[in-house]
Write a protein that binds this ligand. Structure first.
Ligand code: SF4
Ligand code: SF4
Length: 403
């Protein structure tokens, strides 16, 4: 006679989930409407109904290793159609928030990133670093707001070669290292879960081909975002995300070129690029396009977040990221305006805030919602590799497999 299966619910985990966005999960009565209406859910072992029951039962191991949380793009159609107001889309989002918080150490950063009450500590780290730099360089210059030939020169207070580049290179590689370990841990968790296969689907030969397909067919086009809703306000979210994504890429390319020509120019002088760049310089044009795109994307996404929505409620993780990007964009723009207007006190102060916000954007990325950029791509790649696909997928032979 078989032994009865005993389920050990993790009540602490359920409470944690409720605290970070899944507060209505107990209202679910398992009608499965959410899984039927979800435009991205596979037919087999569909989501988010099963996640709702796992959450009610407190099955932590199943939920924290669930690849489907990364296949959800939070369009909110399930929450809108749920007859019980259980908000399954919010639960999927809460699961991702929990992953940002707990996937990788140091644990204290994950905890600090999860609540506004810890925000002052996160700000304090870069604020103190750059305040110390300012104090030392200001003392050496004899004034906290020095001028060179009557002009404001930020490098007099924050020398790029000694204070900005080394710090940002360190935090950048710290974030990259954390992401690499995080992906490894994510994949270990996925490996422990049962797999489903799509009949007729032949997984790509290796993981790099899977990654290439994800980048080409989903990331570049944002296809899944589009599939997740073409009506307002989902369309606003799609456009905002797309514009913001390409703006980040444009600005990352500009940063890479500037760093390469600056440091490369020290070894090979012909690489050196004169600063400030002329307005017609292609790198400058790309930087300006990226900056304009950043504001356009932010306006779209802020409009989407501010509008009351039953479909998609905003969590602290949503607001943290959007406000931080606003601060980076506005302080970057204002510091240049004050520099050109030669208002030294304001120019240096706003530039200091800009450095603090950029530090926060890069260093804390693996624990912020921006981490989804890496973790979602990694999960989608795994899904392709193992045939965990949404309702349809086009292969390179232009065949469509329907699950
Ligand atoms: S979350 Fe709502 S729609 Fe989904 S199974 Fe539960 S009650 Fe039904
Ligand atoms: S939020 Fe959208 S993508 Fe996510 S489970 Fe609900 S319907 Fe599916």
């Amino acid at each position: 006679m078989s032994e009865p299966l005993r389920i050990q619910p993790n009540l602490e985990f359920v409470q944690e989930l409720q605290a970070i966005g899944g507060q209505d999960l107990k209202k679910c009565y398992q009608c499965a409407t959410c899984s039927v209406v979800c435009p991205l859910s596979p037919m087999d072992r569909s989501f988010p109904r099963k996640e709702m029951v796992w959450a009610q039962w407190g099955l932590k191991d199943r939920l924290v290793n669930d690849i489907d949380m990364w296949l959800c793009h939070k369009c909110g159609q399930c929450s809108e159609q749920c007859p019980r107001g259980a908000k399954p889309g919010e639960l999927m989002s809460a699961l991702r928030n929990m992953a940002y918080r707990n996937l990788m150490g140091p644990k204290f950063i994950g905890e600090w990133m999860s609540s506004i009450k810890h925000l002052p500590k996160l700000i304090a780290i870069p604020a103190i670093i750059y305040l110390l730099v300012w104090f030392v360089t200001g003392s050496l210059q004899g004034t906290p707001f020095p001028l060179e030939h009557g002009k404001i020169e930020f490098g007099l207070i924050f020398p790029g070669d000694y204070t900005i580049d080394p710090v940002f290179v360190l935090v950048f590689f710290f974030a990259v290292y954390t992401f690499i370990r995080g992906i490894g841990k994510l994949y270990q968790g996925f490996d422990t879960q049962p797999k489903t296969f799509v009949l007729g689907y032949h997984p790509p030969e290796n993981i790099w081909v899977s990654l290439y397909q994800v980048l080409k067919e989903e990331v570049v086009t944002h296809k899944k975002w589009k599939d997740c809703g073409e009506e307002e306000p989902e369309d606003t979210k799609f456009k905002g995300h797309l514009v913001l994504f390409y703006s980040f890429i444009a600005l990352a390319v500009v940063t890479g070129i500037v760093a390469f020509t600056h440091w490369g120019g020290k070894v090979l002088p012909f690489l050196h690029m004169p600063y400030p760049m002329a307005l017609w310089n292609p790198v400058k044009i790309l930087a300006n396009i990226g900056a304009i795109g950043l504001f356009v994307g932010l306006i779209y996404l802020t409009k989407r977040r501010v509008a009351p929505s039953e479909k998609d409620e905003s969590s602290y993780y949503d607001w943290y990221l959007i406000v931080l990007i606003w601060v980076v964009a506005v302080t970057g723009m204002l510091s240049q305006i004050f520099r050109i207007a030669e208002v030294a006190g304001l120019a240096y102060s706003v530039y200091y805030l800009h450095l603090v916000s950029v530090f926060m954007l890069i260093a804390y990325t693996p624990w912020s919602k921006l981490g989804h950029l890496v973790y979602r791509i990694a999960a989608l790649t795994y899904a392709r590799r193992h045939g965990r696909l949404s309702t349809e997928i086009e292969t390179d032979k232009n065949k469509v497999y329907v699950i």
